[in-house]
Design a protein around this ligand. Sequence first.
Ligand SMILES: Cc1cc2nc3c(=O)[nH]c(=O)nc-3n(C[C@H](O)[C@H](O)[C@H](O)COP(=O)(O)OP(=O)(O)OC[C@H]3O[C@@H](n4cnc5c(N)ncnc54)[C@H](O)[C@@H]3O)c2cc1C
Length: 385
Amino acid sequence: MNLSQLHVLVVGGATGGAATALLLARAGARVTLLEKVAQPRAVGAGIGLAENGLAVLESIGLGPAIAAQGRAIETPATVDARGRLLLAPPRPTPRLRMIRRSELQGLLLDALAAEPRIERHFGADVIGAERDGRVIARVDGKTVEHRADLVVGADGVHSQIRTVGRFGVRVRPPGIAYLRALVDVEAAQGVEAWTGAGIFGSFAVGGGTYFFASAGARACRRAIETRDLEALRAVWARAYPPSVPLLGAVRRFDDLILNRVTRVECSTWVDGRLVLLGDAAHAMAPNLGQGANSALVDAAVLLDELRRADDLAAGLDAYQRRRKPAVQHVARIAGSLGALSELTNPVARWLRDRLLVPLVSRLGGDPTPRVLQEPTATLLAIGRA
Ligand SMILES: Cc1cc2nc3c(=O)[nH]c(=O)nc-3n(C[C@H](O)[C@H](O)[C@H](O)COP(=O)(O)OP(=O)(O)OC[C@H]3O[C@@H](n4cnc5c(N)ncnc54)[C@H](O)[C@@H]3O)c2cc1C
């Protein structure tokens, strides 16, 4: 398909939407981007960019900036509360870079601003859409109608585009909460620890540490319900002493970002001219760090399949046939890891910690290619073509 005839409306300007807009525009499409947040630069904590997401970002020219601003994680291992190895990363270890979300978003926004074929509308809240390509947005209290050949719903786990189309969606009720924060102390362990209170991970980012912790254990849940930072610090100090300088550097409870894990599955990602991408199509548990990376792979594969296809419908169908099984597999593994990491019963944890490594190795083979979903060389080639 010759993309220069195509007008694409991308709803959502975060990782998945911004990458889609950039890739499609550089391939010749005219792109309109609608993002409901008026000034999206300062959102979020940190994010781990894996080999697959890095390849897509490198293909759109962001490699040097990400190398400069992100921090390489050499051995992203899983350990127990005392630092003993539970799961070693595969060899050779695929690349992983930790970066502040605001830095990644800043790089994407700058790239969007520099692309003449992208028209950007921030503060544009999409409230409706039709499968014929019409989209209604609310901007400054006024209703604005757009029309495009293709509407990409990259509007996240609570996607509006998903609710207006027929996608056969199944949203699993929110599971446990995760808290995340950025602090300006350098006390990262560079690992994810599975402890008696759940997961605690801490990684260096430029000028500080990004950490995350699950909040499934009863004492954590209570501390969060009562917004009691001291109680939260005490729970984690008992469960995982390396958390002390990190939670100690959090000034107010409101400086913690809280998200509930929600899993989204759709029987189809395509309805007429509407197509889903990223969390809108397949939000998953965060335990493999593949949510945003998978959104980036979606963006590259969407471009690849549109370019190969004779028409729009064939391209969208090929996109979902290539992406859906691959991402569902990753979401299943992430969900299983999430459940295993949350065991709080000491006997169950003892068994998990003694059996997990042999169990995983008995499953056979290196899981990396299926987790990364597409070969690095393919992803690099799509964006550079
Ligand atoms: C604790 C935790 C840790 C995580 N760590 C990682 C990690 O290390 N690596 C990783 O790859 N993933 C990670 N993830 C997952 C990752 O955050 C998501 O998968 C990723 O952000 C999805 O990107 P997206 O572009 O699809 O959606 P989002 O990032 O949710 O972006 C959606 C965009 O759409 C906009 N929008 C929403 N509704 C509308 C509307 N009606 N109109 C216009 N715009 C709209 C929003 O404002 C937003 O900008 C983690 C998640 C959690 C909870």
